[in-house]
Design a protein around this ligand. Structure first.
Ligand SMILES: Cc1cc2nc3c(=O)[nH]c(=O)nc-3n(C[C@H](O)[C@H](O)[C@H](O)COP(=O)(O)OP(=O)(O)OC[C@H]3O[C@@H](n4cnc5c(N)ncnc54)[C@H](O)[C@@H]3O)c2cc1C
Length: 409
């Protein structure tokens, strides 16, 4: 992949193929609620159907190996696929599947062949959706401080404890979960990862409605939950990456989550806002104002820079380039520029940007949602402070020896 602005002939043909496929395969009746919190069960199920159709093509997880249900597509085709799915109004996967997005590449690195054969195809084909269960009431930024225990008992681990700020609306088939397997063990040497089927007895999911679900726009995240585990017996073969080796496994998971590989910037809202600014609203166009025109250019530049950071990371990860601080750099950039963009939109559109009123809220309230998400997105997947801490350790400021980036495929 290079940074060509225009598609090559082959890329252009692939783009056309994806567009035509999406036109044919987006299930009839699929709607696009502005706020993923409004996604009904019926609409969620239509998105799952689209996910299965994408999965059958190898396009749900297009960069995973075909052997495990992915598409093994070259990076430029993955980028095109993401762009076209985004243009059609969805993300990839077209529903919240944070556990799948992080677990699949992590299992590829740390799972046994048996784990890969058992877990990856069902994720990549869209047969299951997976939540990621890391945070606890006393352990967010300090993930190594979690307390939820998994105690070996015969052919099972018995899990007890609580996770918070996790999941989404409409449930999940499984959860990719970090637990303590050696309560007396040394910090960082006492953790393990379990794939937990969510229909096991002893699991209780309690909804937790927040200002927004945060940073998952378009994916149908909706809300978060607290999940309680009371003597949940999880098959021992669901432990991935080795007992008490979970911190190493976590470094891959976190590298993915922080932006080492998995995300491409979404500029749709910017383009929609520019189109809105050009149109006549309530008797005038925002472009009549010189200040607004200048601010729109800034906004375009802001979002373009973030997108290029994302593309660079994508390219680095999927072509095996050596990586260091880039994941956290992108995450920090995405969070801070999101806030900046929200402020600029507010400056340009004025108080209209603060309402989702059907008559006055620009873009059906998408601006209002963007503003709220820009605030909550500062927190999940490691806060801005934590991204700075990671960067400093990796560029040799925070520690004597430079910390290494988590292993990716
Ligand atoms: C919308 C949303 C979605 C989420 N989704 C998920 C999910 O799907 N799965 C999941 O497991 N978790 C999820 N989380 C949890 C999220 O990962 C944690 O909230 C986050 O890691 C921060 O942890 P905390 O809330 O416990 O804050 P704390 O860790 O208590 O931090 C409080 C403040 O202290 C600062 N701070 C902490 N440590 C340091 C340090 N060493 N140096 C400098 N400053 C520091 C932080 O930056 C923050 O400002 C989600 C959270 C939100 C809000």
């Amino acid at each position: 992949m290079d940074f060509a602005i225009e598609d090559s002939v082959e890329q252009s043909a692939f783009r056309e193929e994806v567009r035509a496929w999406l036109k044919e395969n987006i299930p009839e009746g699929t709607e696009y609620p502005v706020d993923p919190g409004d996604l009904t069960l019926e609409q969620y199920q239509l998105r799952r159907e689209l996910g299965r159709r994408l999965g059958a093509q190898g396009w749900l997880y297009p960069n995973m190996p075909t052997k495990y249900g992915g598409g093994d597509l070259p990076v430029e085709k993955v980028v095109i696929l993401n762009e076209e799915v985004g243009r059609a109004g969805f993300s990839l996967p077209p529903y919240y599947d944070a556990g799948g997005r992080m677990a699949a590449p992590t299992i590829l690195v740390w799972g046994s062949e048996e784990h890969k054969g058992r877990f990856l195809p069902e994720i990549c084909k869209g047969k299951v959706r997976t939540w990621q269960l890391l945070t606890e009431p006393g352990a967010g930024s300090d993930l190594a401080g979690i307390k939820m225990t998994a105690t070996r008992d015969g052919d099972a681990y018995v899990v007890n404890g609580q996770k918070i700020y996790v999941g989404s609306s409409h449930g999940a088939e499984q959860s990719w979960t970090v637990v303590v397997t050696d309560p007396d063990g040394e910090r960082h040497k006492n953790l393990s990862w379990l794939m937990i089927p969510m229909d096991l007895p002893g699991i209780t999911v309690v909804p937790l409605n927040l200002l927004t679900a945060g940073g998952e726009g378009g994916s149908g995240c909706g809300h978060k939950n607290t999940v309680f585990f009371d003597d949940v017996r999880v098959p021992a073969e669901n432990l991935v990456g080795g007992e008490n080796n979970g911190w190493k496994v976590a470094t891959t998971h976190l590298e993915m989550e922080h932006g080492g590989a998995g995300r491409l910037g979404d500029r749709r809202i910017i383009q929609e806002f520019i189109d809105y600014a050009k149109s006549e609203q309530h008797g005038y166009s925002l472009l009549d104002s010189e200040e607004a025109r200048e601010a729109l250019v800034d906004l375009h530049i802001e979002s373009e820079v973030t997108r290029l950071f994302a593309l660079r990371n994508y390219w680095m990860a999927h072509t095996g380039q050596p990586r260091s601080y880039e994941g956290s750099q992108y995450s920090l950039r995405r969070k801070l520029s999101g806030l900046d963009i929200a402020e600029k939109m507010l400056e340009i559109a004025g108080p209209y940007a603060l309402t989702n009123d059907a008559t006055y809220g620009p873009l059906n309230g998408a601006l209002e949602l963007y503003g709220r998400e820009a605030i909550t997105a500062l927190h999940p997947g490691a806060t801005t402070d934590i991204q700075r801490v990671i960067m400093s350790r990796r560029i040799g400021i925070g520690r004597q020896d430079r910390e290494k980036a988590g292993a990716l495929r």
